[in-house]
Design a protein around this ligand. Structure first.
Ligand code: SAH
Length: 346
């Protein structure tokens, strides 16, 4: 009978050190292996060149390294790169490298598929199969960092959890991944350069505030009118705007950090003066900034980008109310890598 080997990256450094002591080796060997696993992101035990052959074999007999593999990499004519990432059990997620003149941002996935049902998002059509493990999130970042160095001659500078899945429904693993990404023993990135984006799970937003996380929070709002939001993001029925608002007020009181609202304006859905006024009012509850995202069509035209006039009306009203607003142009549309387009099509 084949014994199921353990995922070695599920062990903490302390557990790894204890393992080596139990095997009659030095605890320090655990530190060396830990460094290979995280900082050097080794694919196999054979890569661990300062570890003896016997020890490597012993590790091989006991453990596996469930490293992701970039199955296909597509490059857009605007420099955006999309990776289709194969997990150890054959499932696939996508991550995206987004370059600008000054930075490279990695957009990573937190779940295989998504359990939410946002009507405008391609990922919502995939069933949620499972949560990603911390190492699977970490590996996506490493892969993009390598590609950034190779194709753009600079390291990765920012990370957004805006790929597939709802990060706050895989909270523990997302936190563990971010711990590794920001740790000196991992990638040593500043948490200020990391943004977790959520559709708005109030209980988890409060938990994040209690946990005193140091990264940024973005909320995919899209409407500040309950009926409208529920019609395009049905889970809003369970987590209505009032609950979301309270959780965001709690977040700000605890962290003193501004929230970003992601917002798409659609024709006939949220483009009236009433929608704008409700949004401006919502923006005043907690210090925030707004990112208006261009709509990336995913289907037969049920959703359409609003007119320029409606968009300008939003921007003007927000600015008149001294709310910082950025308009995000889509990147990587030609390879289905833009917001809401991740659906394992390749
Ligand atoms: N579940 C999290 C993480 C996904 S982020 C969240 O909702 O925040 C993906 C972002 O792209 C979200 O802001 C989402 O609302 C937005 N989005 C989804 N589909 C889109 C589309 N077709 N065009 C533009 N933005 C879209």
């Amino acid at each position: 009978m084949e014994i199921k080997k353990k995922d070695i990256r599920a062990l903490t450094k302390e557990q790894l050190r204890a393992f080596f002591v139990k095997e009659g080796d030095k605890a320090f060997r655990g530190n060396q292996v830990y460094e290979w696993l995280w900082q050097k992101a080794a694919y196999s035990f054979d890569d661990m060149t300062n570890i003896s052959k016997e020890t490597r074999q012993m590790l091989e007999d006991n453990f596996v390294i469930n490293h992701i593999r970039v199955d296909t990499m597509q490059r857009s004519n605007d420099g955006t790169i999309k990776n289709a990432v194969r997990l150890h059990d054959g499932l696939i997620v996508e991550s995206v490298l987004i370059p600008t003149s000054t930075r490279t941002t990695a957009c990573v996935s937190s779940q295989v598929g998504c359990s939410l049902d946002c009507k405008f998002c391609a990922t919502s059509r995939l069933k949620r199969m499972r949560n990603l493990n911390p190492d699977e999130i970490y590996d996506q970042v490493v892969a993009i960092d390598n590609e950034s160095r190779l194709y753009h001659n600079r390291p990765l500078s920012n990370i957004v959890f805006m790929g597939m899945g709802e990060p706050l429904m895989n909270y523990n693993n997302v936190i563990k991944a971010i711990d590794k990404i920001t740790s000196k023993e991992g990638l040593g990135m500043s948490p200020k350069r990391i943004t977790v984006s959520t559709s708005g799970v109030p209980k988890m937003i409060k938990k994040m505030a209690d946990d005193e996380v140091k990264f940024n929070l973005a909320v995919s709002l899209h409407s500040a009118v309950d009926e409208v939001r529920t019609s395009i993001m049905p889970f809003n029925e369970t987590f209505p705007l009032q609950d979301l608002r309270e959780s965001l007020e709690y977040w700000y009181t605890k962290t003193q950090r501004k929230i970003s609202y992601e917002y798409v304006v659609w024709k006939g859905i949220n483009d009236t003066q009433n929608d704008i006024d409700a949004f401006v009012k919502f923006c005043k509850y907690v210090p925030c900034k707004v990112n208006i995202i261009e709509y990336n069509p995913i289907d037969d035209g049920e959703f359409q980008q609003a007119s320029n006039e409606a968009l300008e009306n939003y921007i003007r009203t927000l600015e008149q109310n001294r709310i910082v607003v950025n308009v995000r142009r889509s990147r990587g549309k030609d390879i289905d890598a833009a917001c809401g387009q991740l659906a394992n099509k390749t």
